[in-house]
Design a protein around this ligand. Structure first.
Ligand code: BGC
Ligand code: BGC
Length: 631
């Protein structure tokens, strides 16, 4: 008998084992019974999670942790990679101003693809509906958070969260990267308007209300939206000069005690509502980037007992240094990574990291468990596809009325002399400045596009293209601008001028001044003075003996020392949104009184910044300030 060499025997055994293991793993892969427990809606969520995880391969688990962006990942990719989540992002994708029905179809394509994967795990679909869902054509756009902070009306904020959920869900969109519970402590930060207040108390109260409004205590309801409290944490505590553009993505040097008191407090509060997710901040604390900050992420998971999804911010792992950035983030505690483009690398690198012992299997399991739990709780395994039954809620009158109420309540009267306000419907009033008729400016950033748009004013170059697209495509936010609403209220008594000239007999002028839209770091500015053009308009009118009522449309307090004395009345209107015009007209014509109070200290000059309640500095108008007609 011919001797068979041991080498050949080993090779044969190996190949039999290999073939067998292939067959058996293939067999495993296809042998999920139709009646698998995880498909049984009557079983407890934890049992379903355990069951589903028992079928999952490492690769399938890792893919669940991946969130890819729509402009790169198609539904076919979602299926072939088995992606756990898709995000839309603030930018012009899949095409801003899409109608609700088109959004719904778009969303359903991804969900159908996910349902065709081996385990049929539905996708989580994330969107930034940060002041209403301003990416859906015709949706209700609410004042940005800074305006809501001035209302300090938790019941109203809850209603706004509810409506945002209803309108988003009508279009299939079920996960909101909101609320932002940043406590902005220095208004040079470009995200100040995303913050309710410099006071953690106001942020906490409104943050809870907003989460409650979105999720309504029942994540499975067809008109609820999963919340994402962001950005954990102390993003509003970063110091000027610590970020690449100033404050954004910078660092806070506060002591642990202070950072807890000021910036952690809103999370402690909002987490009582058990939101579905928390997003980690691009910024750092004590020089440690949050995306790799295990110490503080452990506080979230262990001390605050948060058991939802911890998601990174847009490519936030790239804020870290060194190698294996995905692994660093995951090991710090991130459950889902907003990659957003390089998911083909993610699904290779992360399993390899596990094989190499850089990430433990337990960490992956914990992350996947958190993700699946939310998916089960949302009822997505039972009903992943959206239907058209709620489309008529988008931008409906009832919702617009709440937006109008929010505008009314957010206005802060800073000055009112010489009976400038309220206006009489019979007196001639000039509306001055293109901002009065510019829905882009009145809505601010995160409107149709990431950085918003303007119909009349130039934006920073990178955001300017949005304005061009709006003009060329005829896109518009549904609502009424100031000029339209004043005309509707007082008819022919209302005149208009771009620059304050030719206002024919008006004794009063409403001069609309302020900022142009921006998002994130584009808004980091070291000078918040009112522009020269706005100053000139006001001085020109004043010189003609006209009573000047300045309406400031801005994402934060501005430096108004150059015009303060020239104005008979000054109104802070923040970024009011769809119902800017009607809400402002309601109050300026005296049908309603002012009730808004400053949720940020208003500085006299830039040298005072940062300035916050309780720091002993005296601003131009203190925190909590706001006049009324009837004292
Ligand atoms: C995206 C935004 C994102 C930003 C981050 C944009 O292109 O559309 O959603 O926040 O990039 O830098
Ligand atoms: C922003 C987040 C946002 C995310 C997705 C990031 O750039 O910081 O606030 O939710 O993009 O658009």
């Amino acid at each position: 008998m011919k001797r068979v060499s041991p080498c050949i025997v080993i090779t044969m055994i190996c190949s039999i084992v290999f073939t067998f293991s292939c067959v058996s793993s293939k067999k495993n892969l296809t042998s999920v019974p139709a009646e698998a427990k995880y498909r049984n809606a009557s079983l407890p969520v934890e049992e379903r999670v355990n069951d589903l995880m028992s079928y999952m391969t490492l690769d399938e688990k890792v893919a669940q942790m991946a969130q890819a962006v729509v402009y790169v990942a198609s539904p076919a990719d979602a299926k072939s990679y088995g992606l756990g989540s898709i995000l839309v992002g603030g930018g012009d994708h899949p095409g801003s101003g899409l109608k609700a029905k088109d959004w719904l179809n778009f969303y359903n394509e991804y969900q159908k693809a996910a349902m065709q994967t081996r385990l049929g795990i539905p996708i989580l679909f994330g969107v930034d509906a940060v002041h209403g869902n301003a990416k859906i054509e015709g949706a209700t756009v609410f004042p940005h958070n800074i305006g809501l902070g001035a209302t300090n009306d938790a019941a109203l904020v809850e209603k706004i969260g509810r409506i945002t959920a209803i309108e988003s869900r009508a279009a299939g969109l079920h996960w909101n990267f909101a609320p932002c519970v940043a406590v902005a402590r220095d208004e040079r930060w470009g995200r100040t308007y995303e913050s309710f207040s410099e006071s953690p108390d106001i942020v906490s109260a409104l943050g809870i209300a907003y989460v409650h409004g979105l999720e309504n205590g029942n994540r499975a309801a067809q008109n609820s939206m999963a919340a994402c409290v962001k950005h954990y944490f102390a993003d509003g505590g970063a110091e000027w000069g610590s970020g690449p553009h100033g404050i954004d993505r910078g660092n806070s040097t506060l002591s642990d005690e202070d950072v807890r008191k000021i910036h952690l407090a809103p999370y402690v509060a909002a987490l009582k509502e058990k939101p579905a997710s928390v997003m980690i901040s691009f910024s750092g604390i004590g020089g440690e980037e949050m995306h790799g900050n295990k110490k503080w992420i452990d506080v979230l998971k262990q001390e605050l007992k948060f058991n939802g999804i911890i998601i990174s911010d847009w490519a936030g792992h790239k804020e870290l240094k060194g190698e294996n950035l995905f692994a660093q983030s995951i090991n710090a505690g991130m459950d889902m990574i907003m990659i957003p483009e390089e998911y083909p690398d993610f699904v290779v690198d992360v399993p390899q990291n596990v094989k190499d012992g850089i990430i433990t299997k337990e960490r992956i399991d914990e992350a996947v468990r958190r993700i699946l739990r939310v998916k089960f709780e949302m009822g997505l395994f039972e009903k992943a596809l959206a239907d058209e039954s709620q489309l008529n809620t988008v931008g409906c009158d009832e919702h617009m009325d709440v937006a109008r109420e929010a505008v009314r309540k957010s206005l802060v009267l800073l000055k009112n002399e010489n009976t400038a306000l309220p206006l009489l419907k019979t007196e001639k009033v000039a509306i001055v400045g293109t901002k009065a008729k510019d829905m882009g400016v009145l809505c601010g950033g995160w409107t149709l596009y990431w950085g918003g748009y303007s119909e009349y004013e130039p934006l920073v170059a990178q955001l300017e293209q949005n304005s061009r697209r709006v003009k060329s495509s005829g896109l518009a936010v549904k609502g009424k601008n100031i000029l339209e609403a004043f005309t509707a209220t007082a008819g022919a008594s209302v005149l208009y001028s771009d620059d304050g000239s030719a206002i024919d007999g008006a004794k009063k002028a409403i001069v609309v001044i302020g900022e142009v839209p921006y998002a994130e770091f584009f808004g980091d500015l070291k000078d918040l003075s009112v522009s020269k053009a706005d100053v000139d308009k006001i001085k020109k009118l004043k010189a003609q003996g006209i009573s000047v009522i300045a309406v400031i449309v801005s994402g934060r307090p501005m430096i108004i020392s150059e015009i303060e004395a020239d104005c008979d009345a000054i109104v802070a209107a923040w970024l009011p949104g769809s119902m800017a015009g009607p809400g402002i007209a309601d109050v300026l014509y005296g049908d309603y009184d002012f009730s808004g109070k400053l949720s940020f200290t208003w500085p006299k000059d830039m040298a005072q910044l940062p300035i916050n309640v309780g720091d002993g500095k005296e601003g131009l108008y203190p925190f909590g300030y706001g006049l009324r007609y009837k004292q």
